[in-house]
Design a protein around this ligand. Structure first.
Ligand code: UFG
Length: 334
């Protein structure tokens, strides 16, 4: 039987873009998603893609998947990702982002599948001691969300030492944009991310953008982030799979462009792309926001052969704007 890649959370934002790219490369995919936040419509219907609805903590379903398909590697996206919510409800985050994936790891181990690509984040670094952030920067995550990602990294490291797991941790900076053809994109409920909120404001669907603080130590006082196009992230997963297939050393890689943009600069870029005025107001800082998060991504370049293709914020915003104004208006039916 041909081998397949198991993608957990494959119906989510980054997961669905990755499935699309991996499908195009001719890989057989098995997607496991509980559709709590994911969208069935974000996945194309294809005979090379098998969909299972369920959670990564469902041991019997996982066993069924591993029996039905020859899984050579797992790409693990499934997780809750609201930083603020994680502070108020840490139990929800540790249960979903650590306890449930441990069942996934157990089933992988029992079937002898030891290859995993794990969606990690720049939030595992906490407040930067220096910039840009490289992979050796100390990891002192601030929020339960960031900690949950950090802890699962640590668990997988230990499984690597003890059980021969082989891993790639991809530490995403700010995932943004949509498929260049506008076919799929970002649809969160609730939406908390800067670019989609600005586009909804530009469309008149949302009130003035609330800027969370303009008294930071940055040129214009608003926070700097490294916005990375979701299709660039997707491509990195393909390269990470080949990397593991070549039996190269397990490692963590930052995925960013290396350039930071302030909230004000993002607002101006949205005005450029949409040709509309985007009203905003200044409100107090949001708890847990770091001043600046910018990647040093040279390790991904030298080791994975990965580099961001969408270097301009303009093209990132443009792709998201295309999705917002496409046939589905930036919203999936299910
Ligand atoms: N921002 C505003 N107003 C808003 C929304 C965002 O001013 O209404 C600012 C934030 O303060 C931040 C920047 O815009 O400076 C980007 O904010 P996002 O919420 O879009 O993204 P974050 O930088 O907070 O991203 C974080 C982590 C990721 C994590 C993600 C989860 O860096 O690792 O939250 O949603 F995955």
């Amino acid at each position: 039987t041909p081998t397949s890649i198991l993608i957990t959370g494959g119906a989510g934002y980054i997961g669905s873009h990755t499935c699309r790219i991996l499908s195009k490369k001719g890989l057989n995919l098995v997607v496991l998603d509980n559709l709590e936040y994911g969208h069935r419509d974000a996945l194309e219907v294809s005979e090379n893609l098998h969909f299972y609805q369920g959670s990564v903590g469902n041991e019997s379903l996982l066993k069924k998947i591993f029996i039905n398909h020859k899984i050579e590697a797992v790409v693990h996206f499934a997780a809750y990702t609201y930083v603020g919510e994680s502070v108020a409800q840490p139990e929800k985050y540790y249960e979903n982002n650590i306890l449930q994936p441990m069942t996934l790891l157990r089933v992988m181990k029992s079937f002898g599948c030891v290859n995993i690509i794990f969606s990690s984040t720049c939030a595992t670094y906490g407040n930067p001691h220096y910039l840009p952030l490289d992979e050796n920067h100390p990891q002192h995550p601030v929020s339960p969300y960031g900690k949950s990602k950090y802890f699962l990294e640590q668990i997988i490291r230990d499984y690597s030492k003890a059980y021969g797991f082989r891993y790639v941790f991809l530490r995403y900076f700010n995932a943004s944009g949509a498929a260049m053809d506008g076919s799929i994109g970002e649809d969160h409920d609730p939406e908390t991310h800067l670019i989609p909120l600005l586009l909804k404001t530009a469309k008149g669907e949302s009130g003035p953008l609330k800027i969370f603080g303009n008294d930071y130590e940055t040129p214009d006082g608003t926070c700097l982030r490294d916005y990375i196009h979701v299709e660039d992230l997707a491509e990195a997963h393909f390269l990470a799979l080949s990397y593991l297939q070549q039996r190269k050393a397990s490692n963590a890689f930052n995925l960013g462009t290396g350039k930071g943009y302030s909230v004000m600069e993002v607002i101006h870029e949205v005005e450029n792309v949409t040709n509309r005025k985007v009203p905003f107001e200044i409100v107090p800082r949001r708890e847990g926001d770091a001043t600046s998060l910018v990647a040093q991504a040279s390790l991904a370049k030298s080791q994975l052969g990965w580099e961001a293709k969408h270097k301009s914020l303009y093209s990132i915003v443009e792709s998201a704007w295309k999705w917002e104004n496409g046939p589905s208006n930036g919203k999936y039916n299910n």
